[in-house]
Design a protein around this ligand. Structure first.
Ligand SMILES: [Zn+2]
Length: 319
């Protein structure tokens, strides 16, 4: 027990900035039992995901056989998240860590190294990514693959394999769960495609805060424009705002949007200055809480497309 504790402490010290290490060590010592009771209450293998969307997808494959938990909470900014000591304690008890990859979770490598020798699966591995087209991230892979329900199907195959490794007896259940969930994703993809096909060509420009919609835009024939390429580089500059205002005016974009995990202030200003309407909040990097519009991954996709339909089906002239 003492050896384990010392190991935890040394990992925490490695992981945290020195200034806060004593404070966090204290937090660690005082919060250990709470975390144990909260999180390891079952004998099921523990699967930790880096964000809530992956947790929901994972639960659909895991069913009741695994205890799935997200490290980041609903509403958290996930690209530049700063893990806490209790995140690290939790991770050290995990049987599997599930991450998206492609540079999405900037904090993940250091975090999983500090957590110890825990098996990790990177869901985007092997999928050919779309590249970011503009700004300082030009040419880098866009990590938001799950925004395409068709591509998310590849995530399910990877989860079945990884879950079967930690719970071999559950293998058939995972495969069956994934099959059922795949059918739901395929059906939803058809519905979303059918809806978006109704948007007239001249209104097919999707304006968001983060450039997180490339996969959705690519699947359903939309063009995209955004304030910043990824949230890890979300500085709002007058240049970026002016460029977006110009695009909105040029294409007569009736409605623009922003996402739940970032501040919409600059986008509201872009809307005001360009004459476009502000169409509401998309969910991309995080689910909503259970009372919100996107408590599951499938509802997240439906909610976004519903907002797109409400915003881009209207006739509006911008001067
Ligand atoms: Zn993002």
């Amino acid at each position: 027990m003492i050896t384990t504790l010392i190991l935890f402490l040394s990992r925490i010290r490695f992981f945290l900035n020195k200034k806060f290490s004593l404070l966090f060590t204290f937090v660690l010592l005082t919060s250990c039992s709470i975390d144990s009771n909260n999180n390891i209450e079952t004998n099921k293998p523990l699967v930790l995901t880096t964000f809530t969307v992956l947790a929901d997808i994972s639960r659909n494959v895991a069913g009741d056989r695994l205890h799935v938990k997200s490290i980041t909470k609903e509403g958290a900014e996930i690209h530049g998240y700063k893990p806490t000591p209790s995140d690290l304690i939790l991770a050290s008890k995990a049987d599997l860590i599930v991450e998206n990859g492609l540079g999405l979770e900037l904090w993940s490598k250091k975090f999983t190294n500090a957590a110890g020798n825990i098996p990790k699966i990177v869901l985007s591995e092997g999928i050919t990514p779309l590249l970011i087209e503009g700004d300082v991230y030009k040419g880098k892979p866009n990590p938001h693959i799950w925004m395409s329900p068709k591509k998310a199907i590849y995530y399910l195959d990877k989860l079945v394999e990884a879950f079967s490794d930690i719970d071999p007896e559950g293998s058939n259940t995972f495969e069956e769960n994934a099959r059922i969930y795949k059918t739901k994703l395929i059906n939803l993809d058809h519905q979303l495609r059918e809806s978006i096909s109704k948007i007239p060509d001249k209104n097919r420009v999707l304006v968001t805060c983060e450039g997180a919609f490339s996969y959705l835009a690519n699947d359903y024939g939309l063009k995209e424009a955004y304030l910043w390429p990824v949230n890890s580089e979300s500085q709002v500059t007058p240049k970026r705002m002016l460029k977006l205002i110009k695009t909105i005016k040029k294409h007569q974009v009736p409605t623009i949007f922003c996402e739940s995990t970032v501040n919409a202030k600059a986008q509201l200003e872009v809307a005001r200055s360009s004459g476009a309407s502000f169409g509401g909040t998309f969910y991309v990097d995080s689910l909503s809480d259970k009372n919100g519009p996107a408590p599951t991954y499938l509802e997240l996709l439906s909610h976004n497309v519903q907002l797109i339909m409400e915003g881009l089906l209207i006739e509006k002239t911008i001067n």
